[in-house]
Design a protein around this ligand. Structure first.
Ligand code: PLP
Length: 248
């Protein structure tokens, strides 16, 4: 996966490593940015040099088969370019993209150039993007989330999993838009409201683990949703802000 470092251990690369490992796959962690962050919010971020990431991807693929790729916070537009070059020379790997723009606490994790690069270059190469409601409205250009998802598909996304975790209500509804006539939904009981750090990362990483291990996209979503639900049931209090899913 390509993700950022959250030193509070709630989101980012640590979330990905824990989720992928506990579902039985082997993570190949490529770090895209370092953040200044606690369990409450993100206060700063600096991207890793894109050439280093280019070299890491080239080196890894010479050594080991890559069965799926999960992307999270990407740091800057140059990192997107490095990844897209890699995907162009290695087609066929399922890419699950969590289009990280802001932390749950409101701190920025992407500037406008990065958002544009994700939309124009990365989304058309991804098998699935997994925006939450805020990200979906922003990326799809509509507050009507159904319309926003359809706009993204018209712009070249193969499928959009709209995640409902950041909303309110007794149930979380995750909705998969692909080219089927009707979207497919998964519903799970909500545990507390918007008080977890790294749920989006955990869900997308768990989907990628399922895909790497041969599950279909739908089966991978179902497994990932159950996994996140369990992780939230046992969430840990590690700081003064949001709780951290127990991904062990
Ligand atoms: N990636 C990094 C490095 C982060 O710091 C964060 C949020 O703070 C995220 C991703 C997104 O986290 P979430 O899973 O809560 O959307």
């Amino acid at each position: 996966m390509l993700s950022g470092l959250d030193p509070s251990g709630g989101a980012g690369i640590q979330a990905d490593i824990q989720a992928i490992t506990s579902l039985g796959a082997h993570p190949l962690p490529v770090l895209t940015c370092l953040t200044v962050q606690d369990t409450r919010n993100v206060y700063g971020a600096e991207a890793v040099n894109a050439d280093l990431i280019r070299q890491q991807l080239a080196c890894l693929t010479e050594d080991t088969p890559i069965h799926a790729i999960k992307t999270g916070a990407l740091g800057n537009a140059a990192v997107v370019d490095a990844l897209v070059e890699f995907l162009e020379s290695h087609p066929g790997i399922p890419v699950i993209t969590d289009p990280v723009i802001k932390a749950a606490g409101g701190g920025d994790l992407a500037d406008e150039e990065l958002v544009a690069a994700m939309k124009e270059k990365l989304f058309p190469k991804a098998e699935m993007i997994t925006p939450n409601g805020v990200e979906l409205a922003l990326l799809g250009g509509s507050d009507d989330l159904d319309q926003a998802a359809r706009n993204l598909m018209e712009a070249g996304c193969e499928s959009v999993l709209a995640t409902g975790g950041h909303g309110t209500g007794v149930h979380i509804i995750n909705t998969l838009y692909n080219h089927a006539p009707e979207p497919m939904t998964w519903e799970v009981e909500r545990i507390g409201e918007n008080e977890y750090h790294g749920t989006g990362c955990t869900l997308a990483a768990a989907i990628a683990a399922g895909r790497a291990m041969g599950l279909s996209p739908r089966a991978a979503i179902a497994q990932a949703q159950n996994y996140v639900h369990r992780a939230l049931l046992h969430a840990l209090t590690v700081g003064k802000g949001q709780r951290v899913p127990d991904r062990g």
